[in-house]
Ligand binder design. Structure first.
Ligand code: G4P
Length: 525
């Protein structure tokens, strides 16, 4: 079967900006959920939406990042979910290591919010190209120039409007498509179908516009566009692909307005799988041999299947079910008898997959985040980091005799990437790190149900954790001696500095200039 080129992307946003609504509308354009590698209709788009919602409800807070696949205009899109509400965790960040581009959704009334910024920073680490969708134009929001200013300043990112809104809130009339020179009129009466009546024109001086827009709105549009052309750079594909410029689309996801322009923009500009760096060499996605890396592990995705699923991003080749693959960390060959793809709450066997696709591999704990699979070549993909947790707590078993069991449980959870776990070099306690408060509840629940160890989380005086990076081991030893109560090991044995406050980190930088305290750590291979 000839495969469509893949566009593997994620939506980054702050809760409530409209990610779910936009996902639903993008699926509408796809018309169906499809199977990675082989198109498979899954009922109409309404059903797709309800499946998605049902999964969220059923799995509640433990819902894992899933993959939604749809075809549109000769492309297969893999949309990776980035859990964003209470279940915001390191997994949310890690999903972004497997995408080739991202769509950033902003609420026009709010601009850049905290979670958008955090997720953007993870994208920036890999120079992921980002298209921006400014949502909720049907409501009164911030001035569009102010919004662009906010993006430029807060994210240090160049912006170029791909469309421009005409009015806002109850006066919202539509958008002018600056790339195609066409007017797209908002039809307030139409909420179900693709919204936007397209009027092609020869430019902003086209007399046709006088008949389509009220005089004051047209005059403002002309002034705005003149200003835009004076201030912002023209859209430049290379800068977008480098991650230094974001095209901005305006719209209203709930009204399905502007979504078509966004998805057409993705068809035209969003990259296919990008070359992926390994320690040994860079892998071209067009290579024949299959390679892939594990970016996420999910335990108990489905109560009916009590195993773990490793999510593999296929980086090259044509993957087929039953393939023998070399697991380069252990140097062992594994046969992928039952690889799965994810269709909302269903798991289905994946017969084949292509570069850019995500395949689930059931396993019993031998696959870890950052692992590489190949057809035989000894390769190790890079760029799948651990992220410093933002919240730290100590954990102890209710029954002190179960400390050993707790240690095992924590080790396993850390290997799966479910939390960061640190063991201070003095004392007997464990420190667990998370990026969202609810993550602690999820972890406590897992340790209780899977390992039969009821645990208690308590606050700690540590504020944050940083990996200690220094070539000179004698300097590291000095740091260890001076700050014994702040040094810990992570689950891989890497040295970590547990800081009591931000000042503490600055002090180390002053006293030990050779030491770098890192916010991320590449997985050990
Ligand atoms: P999220 O996944 O980013 O958290 O956001 P979600 O899509 O759930 O949207 C958050 C709220 O914003 C929802 O309202 C949704 O309907 C609304 N929304 C999304 N796009 C638009 C838009 O273009 N215009 C307006 N005015 N609202 C929009 P809700 O009241 O929380 O839920 P619901 O009852 O409407 O589903």
């Amino acid at each position: 079967m000839a495969a469509f080129p893949r566009k593997t992307f994620a939506i980054i946003s702050h809760p409530d900006a409209g990610k779910t609504t936009l996902t639903e509308k993008l699926l509408l354009f796809g018309g169906a959920i499809t199977q990675a590698g082989a198109v498979k209709a899954r009922g109409d788009a309404r059903r797709a939406r309800s499946d998605w919602m049902k999964v969220e409800q059923e799995r509640g807070i433990s819902v894992a990042s899933s993959v939604m696949t749809f075809d549109y205009r000769g492309n297969t899109f893999n949309l990776l979910d980035t859990p964003g509400h209470e279940d915001f965790s390191e997994d949310t960040y890690r999903v972004l290591t497997a995408v080739d581009s991202a769509v950033m959704v902003l609420d026009s009334g709010k601009g850049i919010e905290t979670q958008t910024k955090k997720l953007f920073e993870v994208c920036r680490m890999r120079d992921v190209p980002i298209a921006t969708f400014i949502n909720k134009l049907d409501r009164d929001g911030l001035d569009p120039f102010e919004l662009l200013d906010d993006i430029e300043k807060t994210l240090a990112l160049d912006v170029t409007p791909a469309s421009w809104p005409i009015g806002m809130g109850k006066d919202f009339l539509g958008c002018y498509d600056l790339i195609k020179d066409q007017l797209i009129l908002f039809d307030k009466t139409n909420k179900s179908k693709v919204n936007g009546i397209i009027e092609v024109c020869s430019g902003l001086d086209d007399a046709k516009l006088d008949t389509l827009l009220p005089a004051h709105a047209l005059q403002k549009l002309r002034e705005d566009v003149e200003m835009i052309r004076g201030i912002y750079p023209e859209f430049n594909l290379k800068d977008y692909l480098d991650g230094s410029l974001t095209p901005i689309f305006f719209g209203s996801a709930v009204n399905n307005f502007g979504v078509q322009e966004l998805i057409n923009g993705l068809v035209e500009y969003a990259p296919n799988p990008r070359p992926q760096p390994c320690i040994e060499r860079t892998i071209d996605p067009k290579e024949d041999k299959v390679t892939g890396f594990i970016f996420k592990i999910q335990a108990n995705m489905d109560p009916k299947h009590r195993d773990r699923i490793a999510f593999m991003k296929v980086c090259s080749g044509h993957f087929k079910r039953g393939m023998k693959m070399l697991h380069t960390r252990s140097d062992k060959t594994i046969i992928l008898h039952n690889p799965v793809i994810f269709l909302a709450q269903d798991r289905e066997v994946a017969e084949e997959a292509f570069s850019g696709d995500i395949v689930g591999i059931p396993n019993h704990g031998n696959l870890r985040i950052g692992d590489t699979l190949t057809e035989g070549e000894k390769l190790h993909f890079t760029g799948i980091p651990s992220f410093a947790p933002e919240l730290l707590r100590t954990v102890r078993p209710e029954d002190p005799l179960k400390a050993k069991h707790l240690g095992k449980a924590l080790e396993q959870i850390a290997e799966e990437g479910g939390a960061s776990v640190f063991k201070p070099i003095i004392g007997s306690e464990w420190i667990v790190g998370a990026v969202g408060a609810l993550q602690f509840e999820v972890i406590a629940d897992r340790i209780r149900t899977e390992f039969n160890v009821p645990v208690i989380f308590e606050s700690t005086s540590y504020y944050t954790a940083r990996w200690i990076d220094c070539e000179d081991s004698s300097v590291v030893r000095k740091l260890e001696t001076a700050y014994r109560s702040n040094i810990a090991n992570d689950h891989d044995g890497a040295l970590v500095f547990l800081a009591r406050n931000a000042w503490h980190i600055g002090k180390i930088a002053e006293d030990f200039p050779q030491i770098k305290l890192q916010k991320t750590k590449e997985q050990t291979l």
